[in-house]
Design a protein around this ligand. Sequence first.
Ligand code: PMP
Length: 453
Amino acid sequence: SNIIGGIDAKRIAELQAEEAEIFRKARPKSQARTGNGIAGYFDGVPMHWMTDWPTPFPILVESARRATITDVDGNQLDDFCLGDTGSMFGHSPAPVARAIHKQAGRGLTYMLPSEDALAVGTLLQELFGLPYWQIATTATDANRFALRVARAVTGRDKILVFNGAYHGSVDETMVRMKDGKPINRPGLAGEFRDLTQRTKIVEFNDLTALEAALKAKDVACVITEPVLTNSCMVLPEPGFHEALRRLTREAGTLLLIDETHTISTGRGGYTKTHGLDPDLFVLGKPVAGGIPASVWGMSEDVASRYAAYNRSKEPGYSGMGTTLSANPLQFATMRATLEEVMTAENYAHMERLAGKLAAGLAAAIKRHRLPWHVMRVGARIEFICAPGPLGNGAEAEGAHAPELEAAVHVALVNRGVLIAPFHNMMLVSPVTTAAQVKRLIAAFTDVAAKLAA
Ligand code: PMP
């Protein structure tokens, strides 16, 4: 018979049907209001990702506080998804809520700096180590702008991504490797260009392929996460980051580190914790505690080359910037996040509980002899329904078990726990409690026992 992630497909289908029924019964109000689509929206949802949750219909949220979501039917969920990182520091962190309240009566956008902007500039320098910064509104845009600068200062057209990477909806990163050949990422809507013309792709951890791809000295920039968090979770092998830095330098290629997810590692992100030395740095999602904002930083060298480039180029629109970026609400909330939320104390709590959570999940997997594994980067944890560790994006693609994962997700929701959709990610925030971690471990262990039986 058909085995997925070590489990008989029939057993998965049974669990899926059983849990879908339990989910429906507990949510009559949600079902009445979202179950047939929400009026006014294409496909019944305001953002199409909302249909990608594995639940029979979207949960209608009444409120979210700390690390708990309450839905309109009165169900409470321990939230380990946390807006897929946007609320990594908890829902409406108190210092951020105070900053919003204070700024609310002082104007929300005016294309001029506020006093908070002065503070944020030096906070970014201190926390992340790069000397020059710009503000955008999404991590997607920050990556787009940083890549534009990389091309401008190197005079090179190509970029390089690792197979399985995700950096937001940046068109030119939408390349995948299939049977060793680069292709446009399957599923892209309305894309007629061959993106592989300007984007090279190699497997993460493959230094030989990386060196070969950089050899022609036509790559402006390598863009990567320190850990691949969007392809299950693939850790860098020992020495990978040192070699990546050396090879990019030798080839005159810039290195862009996207910390949007790995900011879970600790204060200053993976870059600071592990002493990386990027030319360009991007952070979005939680940098303003849940208010849309992103930051991108440049090294001294990139900044001086970009200034020279600007002096030499024809005047005109740079192709960067969006009107609402660098607004005073972003500065107020970023300042609060950088000063009062991303504290060493908060990270210590996250690290301690995340360690407990990872150990508890691994113990359940071992006890029920499932061929699965658990990975972690600081407060970010992933269980993977295949043996590990995984070495690259191709292995991660092979490890995906969508039907199994969907059934497990709904079963966890029915046991009071929400984890991120599309993959099996859990985040521990500064306000996540030991009791919530215990409940997740118990729920996961119960589901594992059901599947293994
Ligand atoms: N970079 C990384 C590493 C991401 O995981 C994501 C989103 N998951 C982004 C950038 C894009 O973030 P946003 O959708 O907020 O633009």
